[in-house]
Ligand binder design. Structure first.
Ligand SMILES: [Zn+2]
Length: 332
């Protein structure tokens, strides 16, 4: 039997100890090389694209440049997800490495202990890394002629705790006994390919999104859920009734189920509660982790840092705690 990828030496190309040993200057150089790949790390003005910049201002934690063409000042993180960062850049690189090394998810409390951060700072930082991962999913469509995709939905949040005494317990299957906060994560996953999640009130509400994100000619696999019947008019469908089998006549949703296994373990094992406004971010994180599960930890860390450098300032957290929280119900 072949060795599991994560057990192989190939999977382990980055040691956290090496990241923590970086000097401030070395960490900054690493970010410069990631952000300004085309110039091998030489600064490029984020405003006008000018290549001629000189260092200015007092020697600070992070070098400040002034563009000779437009006279604007900038640093390596200006206009990125880590804009106006408060901690040394080495800490951000370490945070990304720690975040990537956990394959199901990393709780904000654990991250705050690892890095000596306040809980809120760790929470915001973890969400910025989720935003970076989401950048990779932007505008993605799944499948195409000759390709096969799987769809499935899973419900998260809105848990109603059963009452202590039996006589006080309610039937939680009935709508009026539910909290109304439950949401459906719907996943589209190409077989042996990439995935794409989004959040809806119910599986049925996801249909137009599914139609817009699965390319024509894709064979779509789904379970027996009634919500998916409408998709037969658009796609060649293969349905599997899970009461009878998990896989029958080539129809299965096992890869979509694998995704939910990861997200559910993140919920139960790491976060205990993932719901509401942030559910989409956790769903996107699991999608990224699923897609990159066979990528080395060094590559993963580099990729997330690159995505963070590519993405503009946080849409969820800009500057300070929850100032600009957006209720995002669809994939960004
Ligand atoms: Zn400029």
């Amino acid at each position: 039997m072949s060795q599991h990828f994560l057990l192989s030496s190939k999977a382990k190309t980055l040691r956290l100890a090496d990241v923590l040993r970086l000097s401030d200057a070395e960490a900054e150089t690493a970010f410069c090389k990631i952000r300004w790949q085309d110039t091998q790390g030489a600064p490029v003005c984020p405003v006008c694209g000018g290549l001629d910049a000189y260092k200015t201002g007092r020697p600070a934690m992070t070098a400040r440049y002034r563009c000779k063409a437009c006279r604007k000042d900038f640093t390596v993180t200006s206009g990125t997800l880590f804009a106006s960062h408060k901690r040394p850049l080495r800490d951000y690189l370490a945070a990304i490495a720690i975040f990537c090394n956990e394959v199901k998810g990393k709780s904000a409390l654990a991250l705050s202990r690892d890095l000596g951060l306040a809980y809120k700072s760790a929470f915001v930082l973890a969400h910025k890394m989720r935003e970076a991962m989401a950048e990779e999913l932007k505008g993605r469509t799944i499948g195409g002629e000759g390709k096969t995709a799987e769809i499935d939905g899973g419900y998260f949040g809105g848990y109603v705790k059963p009452a202590n005494h039996r006589e006080n317990r309610r039937d939680r299957r009935l709508a009026f006994n539910q909290s109304g906060k439950r949401q459906a994560v719907v996943i589209i996953r190409e077989r042996d390919g990439k995935s794409l999640p989004a959040v809806f009130r119910s599986e049925g509400a996801a249909l137009s999104w599914i139609k817009s994100r699965i390319a024509k000619g894709t064979v779509v696999n789904a379970d027996e859920g009634k919500a998916w019947n409408d998709l037969h008019s658009r796609f060649e469908m293969r349905r599997v009734n899970h009461e009878q089998a998990y896989s029958a006549d080539g129809a299965c949703t096992n890869m979509a189920e694998e995704y939910f296994s990861r997200l559910r373990r993140a919920e139960i094992g790491h976060h205990h509660h993932i719901a509401g406004t942030y559910l989409l971010r956790y769903a996107q994180e699991s999608s990224w982790r699923e897609d990159n599960r066979r990528v080395t930890n060094g590559e993963q860390t580099r990729n997330v840092a690159a995505l963070a450098m590519r993405r503009g300032p946080s849409v969820d957290f800009s500057g300070y705690w929850q100032r600009h929280v957006k209720a995002t119900s669809q994939a960004a």
